[in-house]
Design a protein around this ligand. Structure first.
Ligand SMILES: C[S@@+](CC[C@H](N)C(=O)[O-])C[C@H]1O[C@@H](n2cnc3c(N)ncnc32)[C@H](O)[C@@H]1O
Length: 419
């Protein structure tokens, strides 16, 4: 079965690959229930975007292939990685700050509540979650605020899992999960009271594309808050070590290209947003770093369950998972490509830790708002106010914005426009 080329083919492919109707259980149950041929195809399809090994000498053609086929590339990545993410991290696919005495899942939830607070989300509001994953943050923010949350995501498997999980906890009327490309969102202009995104917009080949779409679907006066993955000013693209690490993050996390914080801020302004504040939350002097679980730093685990979570990322834990997956693949129970997927995710963990230690990368940048003043901070979260009286909005019509964001979908190939 070949990788999909349109929304319809994409859904059919996903149902074959994952079997959406089944309750899968843990990682082994999920991996062994995949359609073997489809899984192998999708792994090969993802790998074809990364054939040039050395990032310093990689051709412009290779980089352009990732940018112009971004939906196919990123969707392939999440088709192979989603089960491993859930196994290793849970149903919220993001980082956060950690406080001593607070367990892993409390910290993850607090990070989501903090974003909801930036947006001042209230019961009854209509809120959009851009790149919603399997819906962990949407469920949490829905329960926490009472707002109605719409999640948009271009991965059918994740949409199916998010919908099922929301129904399980009785949130089927307070949430909905819609298949869509955030560079061309399937919503009318002015549809949402507030919009947030958690570590998702970094998958855009060009930031104006996704930010422009958020601007379009947000009601005048609404707020957009998000955590962004960025390279920091410390990053030197001419330093081979820096380049290896950042390219490793791009490769192992399905990202066409990571941008500097300054590029993200300028892109927001270019589409008409007024940046109210921004902060790199990674720059707080936290005693526990955002990447500690990936280091397998068991000493920072705060409760018994944290030991299980962090243990999976220790050398021994990774060896156990590698051996299990490798063994299942060897005897033909798990599909070919399962071990390769595990190896990609190990690279992700290693490079994220290296990027974090050197301070050349942040997954948590935040923006806070004051009329007409831009103050930015980054551990990767952004809050942007789209105010009715913004001078940008007075001058830019909705039609112009739609045209602008379409143009900034970055020269999509025919395949990408179809999918
Ligand atoms: C790191 S995950 C974060 C998921 C979620 N925000 C969370 O915190 O659990 C990134 C998400 O962005 C989604 N995504 C990537 N590219 C997208 C696109 N072009 N349109 C819509 N969603 C996209 C992926 O499918 C994935 O669910």
């Amino acid at each position: 079965m070949s990788p999909p080329q349109s929304f319809e083919e994409d859904l059919a492919f996903s149902k074959t690959l994952h079997n959406h109707e089944t309750e899968h259980g843990g990682l082994v149950a999920k991996i062994t229930s995949k359609d073997k041929e489809a899984f192998e195809n999708v792994v090969n399809n993802y790998m074809k975007y990364w054939v040039d090994g050395d990032p310093m000498t990689e051709s412009e053609e290779s980089k352009e292939a990732r940018r112009s086929n971004y939906t196919n590339m990123t969707n392939s990545y999440y088709n192979i990685a989603t089960d491993f993410y859930e196994y290793g991290w849970g149903e919220s696919f993001h980082f956060c700050r950690f406080y001593p005495g607070e367990n892993f899942y409390q910290a993850i939830a607090r990070h989501e509540h903090y974003l909801a607070m930036q947006l001042n989300i209230k019961s009854g509001m209509k809120v959009l979650d851009v790149g919603c994953g399997v819906g962990g943050p949407a469920r949490e923010i829905c329960q926490f605020t009472g707002a109605h949350i719409t999640g948009v995501n271009n991965n059918d498997y994740q949409i199916s899992r998010a919908t099922r999980s929301a129904a399980k906890v009785g949130l089927q009327d307070k949430t909905r999960f819609i298949k869509g490309n955030f560079m061309e969102m399937p919503f009318e202009d002015n549809s949402f009271d507030a919009v947030y995104a958690i570590e998702a917009t970094c998958h855009a080949p060009k930031l104006e594309g996704v930010y422009g779409e958020v601007f379009r679907v947000l009601k005048p006066g609404g707020t957009f808050a998000f955590y962004e993955w960025c390279v920091t000013d410390k990053y030197d693209p001419n330093d081979p070590e820096h380049r290896r690490i950042i390219r490793g993050i791009e490769y192992a996390d399905g990202i066409p290209e990571l941008f500097k914080t300054s590029v993200a801020l300028q892109s927001l302004k270019n589409v008409g947003f007024e940046v109210i504040s921004a902060e790199d939350l990674a720059l707080n002097d936290d005693t526990i770093s955002w990447y500690y679980p990936l280091e397998g730093d068991i000493g920072n685990a705060q409760c018994l369950w944290d030991y299980f979570t962090v243990f999976r990322m220790t050398h021994v834990g990774k060896f156990c998972t590698r051996s299990l997956i490798g063994g299942l693949e060897f005897v033909g129970i798990a599909p070919t490509g399962s071990s390769q997927t595990q190896a990609v995710l190990e690279t992700a963990g290693d490079c994220l830790v290296e990027g974090g230690r050197l301070g050349i990368f942040t997954p948590i940048s935040l923006v806070v708002v004051l009329a007409g003043i831009a103050v930015y901070s980054f551990i990767g979260a952004g809050v942007v106010m789209n105010r009715r009286f913004s001078k940008h909005k007075e001058n830019v019509t909705r039609q112009e914005l739609r045209k602008f964001s379409r143009e900034n979908s970055n020269n999509l190939t025919t395949d990408d426009k179809k999918s």
